[in-house]
Write a protein that binds this ligand. Structure first.
Ligand code: AMP
Ligand code: MG
Length: 401
């Protein structure tokens, strides 16, 4: 049924085999490293926490000094966060605050809610356990521990973790230079009036946003007329400046489809018809040092094929180790009784009852479906879905990671 069509997995494997990670790295301040890809694994040179400290506001004491509830101890010192106390004399307590170092000799902290302050003394109303409310030095991280692996795209908490061990600069990969251009004589930019027969270049916005979502250094070459010469010229120029060139439109075999001959003239090309919906035509090749991926012009198709193919390609090029999106097994609150002979990526969203609903039309020209949805149901070829079935869902939150 799908004769001559390549499966999504076959196409992805071939594509990824051709993705070469950028090798250039740069040092950036940890404060600016969010969303960058770590080039070298990071090892802590210190213990965290760096000293024994209190997990509570309360009193540091020796457990042996509180044999029974109601013991009364002299408060001999006060230790604030950032200060260093004196060694704790037997029979005394130290007033202590969260994060403050534990005075030498103390082996527990009693939270202030379990104590009664009485002038210069404290009555301890409960018998403490040894180690209670003490965070020991190195209990989180030990000097020499690996804390962040190479190939990780840094999240806010990763930069915080690096900072917690005193790392002020991080070695990251250079951003991928992604060139974009948009073929089609019908295209007009929003803001300009729309002459009869023309449409707005919506793909420019979708693909720019996607490129930024994956941390690319975007070079946008704008609209390219439907001519072989114009397409070749922009392609050559873009390929000279970029790691990857992605285009929309012109990859079918219509009279106005010049992407294929242009790539063949400037480099080499594989043309695929992929067994997926939306999608189908996809071009993959090389022009000089740059990789090339030609997406279909249809707005939903270019959006979905970017997510399914360009995303992992970019991530591998960016040096990211783990590029497969994590899917969720989710309940279908819909029927899909006439599945396609191709694998489908259906626009769906959570319905507030723990299930998924489909956008009423799955036509690949209906851009509204992509904005309405929370993600894509990855539905196998010829697979009918009944209400209550479990389907594979690729949430945007995961795909945009
Ligand atoms: P093509 O792949 O060039 O045959 O285009 C397929 C369909 O997508 C046609 O209806 C085009 O008008 C439309 N299309 C192509 N490029 C864009 C674009 N940049 N923005 C919106 N629609 C487009
Ligand atoms: Mg076209």
């Amino acid at each position: 049924m799908n004769k001559g069509l390549l499966s999504v997995d076959e196409a992805l494997a071939t594509l990824l085999a051709g993705a070469v990670p950028v090798v250039t790295t740069e040092m950036v301040p940890t404060l600016e490293a969010f969303d960058r890809v770590l080039a070298a694994s990071q090892v802590s040179t210190m213990d965290v926490p760096p000293m024994d400290n209190s997990a509570m506001d309360g009193y540091a004491l020796r457990v042996a000094d509180v044999p029974a509830a109601g013991a009364r101890l002299l408060v001999a010192q006060k230790v604030m966060a950032g200060a260093v106390g004196a060694p704790l004399a037997a029979g005394t307590a130290a007033r202590i605050f969260t994060g403050a170092p534990i005075p030498r000799g103390a082996d527990a902290v009693v939270m202030q809610e379990s104590c009664t302050a009485e002038g210069g003394a404290v009555v301890v109303n409960k018998v403490p356990r040894a180690e209670e409310w003490i965070r020991r030095r190195g209990s989180d991280i030990r000097a020499g521990d690996a804390i962040l692996p190479a190939g990780k795209r840094l999240l806010p908490q990763d930069t915080g973790l690096a900072a917690s061990v005193g790392i002020g600069m991080l070695q990251v990969r250079r951003r991928v230079r992604l060139g974009l251009f948009f073929t089609g004589d019908e295209l007009v930019m929003p803001g300009d009036p729309l002459p009869p027969g023309r449409i707005y270049n919506s793909n420019r916005f979708t693909l720019n946003g996607l490129a930024k979502a994956y941390g690319c250094d975007v070079r946008d070459y704008g609209i390219v007329p439907d001519s072989l010469e114009a397409t070749r010229e922009v392609l050559r120029h873009a390929a000279g400046e970029c790691d990857l060139v992605v285009t929309s439109g012109g990859v079918s075999v219509g009279d106005a489809d010049f992407v294929k001959p242009a790539v063949e003239a400037e480099g080499s090309l594989l043309m695929w018809k992929i067994a997926m919906k939306p999608g189908r035509p996809l071009a993959f090749g090389r022009v000089g040092e740059a990789a090339f991926i030609g997406l279909p012009g249809n707005p939903v198709s270019s959006f979905v094929t970017f997510l399914i193919f360009v995303r992992p390609f970019l991530q591998k090029t960016q040096g990211i180790a783990d590029v497969a999106p994590k899917s969720i097994a989710a309940r279908a609150d819909f029927d899909w009784t006439e599945p396609d002979s191709r694998r489908e990526f259906l626009r769906a969203r959570w319905n507030g009852k723990g299930g998924l609903e489909l956008y009423p039309t799955q036509d690949s020209a209906v851009m509204t479906s992509t904005a309405w949805a929370d993600g894509l149901v990855d539905n196998p070829a010829q697979h009918a879905v009944r209400r209550g079935d479990i389907v594979t869902f690729l949430p945007y939150s995961e795909l945009y990671r």
